[in-house]
Design a protein around this ligand. Sequence first.
Ligand SMILES: *[C@@H]1O[C@H](CO)[C@@H](O)[C@H](O)[C@H]1NC(C)=O
Ligand SMILES: *[C@@H]1O[C@H](CO)[C@@H](O)[C@H](O)[C@H]1NC(C)=O
Length: 249
Amino acid sequence: MIKSLLVSLALIASSALAAPATLTSKTSCSATAVSCSSSASSNTCCSPKYGLVVLVQQWVPGYGPDDAFTLHGLWPDECNGSYAPSNGCDSSRQWTNIESIVENYGPSTLHSDMLTYWPSDAESNNDFWSHEWDKHGTCVSTYAPTCYGSSYTKYEDVIDYFTKVLELRAQYDLYSALADANITPGGSYSVSDMQDAIQSAFGVTAKIDCSSGTLSDIEINFVVKGTTTYIPQNTSGSTCKGTVDYPSK
Ligand SMILES: *[C@@H]1O[C@H](CO)[C@@H](O)[C@H](O)[C@H]1NC(C)=O
Ligand SMILES: *[C@@H]1O[C@H](CO)[C@@H](O)[C@H](O)[C@H]1NC(C)=O
């Protein structure tokens, strides 16, 4: 109690010194505010401004573990199906060297987890990750450096974003959700059986996307309670129809 009071006072003091009146901090956050709802906090450090967040996982033979989807990314949306500014949200933080930032500033496991679960299937990993950060990561308002107050350390925003996306991938493990319903690579399945498997694992529907009848990626939307609790939403708009080819890697 005393400790948290001191922390609050320290935060108030530092924000009073450092921040113009328009800047927000986490001192007034409501733990129950849910993004994209009428309870959403107007403090964009307390819940994400672009608060309908889309987790996109892909199935690309040749990339990543045989028993895991890999990441495309986490895309903040304006709560209505439109991506947050498509050229990113903070040009002052659009880095082109994300791989070296992750290696030099992240925990030792972060880079190896990204190599495993977030490989690029086109450009270099560095270019892919830098693109994801520049276009989407800078749009997660809760990771803006001002939200950390005086405790911010260099690139903490970058590290926290990539760490959170990897955590969501592990939590919303699509391979296991499908395998639990005996839907495994190397076969063809009805899209409704795949949808049922995802629904029984996570309680929501997903957007299941195909390219020429072959599974390509699966999206799940979330709203965010406070800054860290991602609540899955029913997600519509699947482009797969009828029977879906789920190839082995
Ligand atoms: C979504 O909301 C944003 C911000 O209010 C607006 O600029 C955009 O046009 C909206 N998009 C759609 C598809 O309604
Ligand atoms: C998703 O849809 C199902 C079936 O219509 C419903 O029971 C459930 O409450 C919905 N979940 C959310 C988070 O909206």
